[in-house]
Design a protein around this ligand. Sequence first.
Ligand code: FCB
Length: 438
Amino acid sequence: MRKKLSSICDKHIFGKRKHMKDLFSLPESSFPAHFIWGSATAGHQIEGDNIHSQWWAWEQAGRFAERSGKACNSYALYKEDISLLQELGHQAYRFSIEWSRIEPAENQFDTEALAHYVDLARRVKEAGMKTFVTLHHFSHPQWFEEQGAFHTLDNLPFFERYVRYVVPALAPYTDFWIIINEFNLGNAPERLLEKANFIRYHARGYHLVKEYSTAPVSSAHAFPYYMPSRPTSDFDVTLTRYRDWIDHEFFFHAIRTGEIVMPFQDVVFDADVKGTCDYWAINYYTRHMIDARRASGEGTRYRHTQLKLIPMDFYLEEFFPEGIILNLERLIDKPVYITENGVASNDDAWRLVYLALHMTALKEAIDRGVDVRGYLYWSFLDNYEWGSFLPRFGLVDVDFTTFTRSPRPSAYFYRDVIEHNGFTPEMLRHYLPWLAEL
Ligand code: FCB
């Protein structure tokens, strides 16, 4: 009986496989002319020794599993990094300026630090790439933190002074500005107040940049796709809509209308906020399930979608490429740049699959009418993931003791994609030969 079954299998299943091209037959995707391809990093995550920042202080206080230390040592190795970006065919590079290096103590500006960032931006340009310059990416000077950081609008003058100091020097080498990275998530009451403030800081930054630069300006929006755990439950659906309001729609609405609508706060209309994104800068990773029956509101993923890619519970462990389509369809009023998208995995094959799936989804969003003009993979290098070196997002592997950089196969796959302004199943088969053998 056994024998018989297996020979039936052989005939009907394995026999057929000979005629199968592969199991991963994604359509060919070609992107619009002038589409920009690149990758992204952030200062604190790659530079090392960012000792005047609040994040460094938190690390010393033992708040995280690991400290950033020398990170990728990129503050020293930035010229090598630029050469590698160029070798890998990048057309754009997103990086951030560390305010705490520029102004380590209040009103004490470090001219060498400014010269460093100007040199970095200039060299990226000279290497033929567009620059996306982020002015605030999660870290800022410890002295600013001690004054209450973004919890109050009273600190606006500090932020303005920093922006006025760096922007004129960087303007000649900046193609796209990102004022602040991902201030839009979080639902604690004090966080809601802080987010309303952040919009004002963003808007002030926007207008200051405009005094010195004609390059487009935005702030990067973290855009997880929210989905009710039980789409038939009013509780889950209502909470999902609420989370969508306080994390996403408040921002889009404020930028479109000037009206800051936050729960349990009187509405604020600020004409200076209206129109302060020239493009939508979108960071997309995955889906988020919302469950009204839990204090946290966090739902668990469907079990079959959980991918254990690294030996750590990590928030980006599910692939949900359709989320990028569903999210971007809300943003048809401006050009869109994907300013982050990526996966942390020790097995580079997953990165290739993730890239291919998300590029295919992105192409679908474009075909549905979204004006997507560029894509930046997170991240160029493995780096310090805000408390741990475990999640490896890099196209390029980094040895954190020798700082040796080794491009992964995904980096070469991505280089081919850039060269062809799209991808074909053949490219995927080339880098994932075992898919073709199945
Ligand atoms: C984003 C951050 C970025 C990186 C990725 C994984 O939320 O902007 O710095 O940590 O997640």
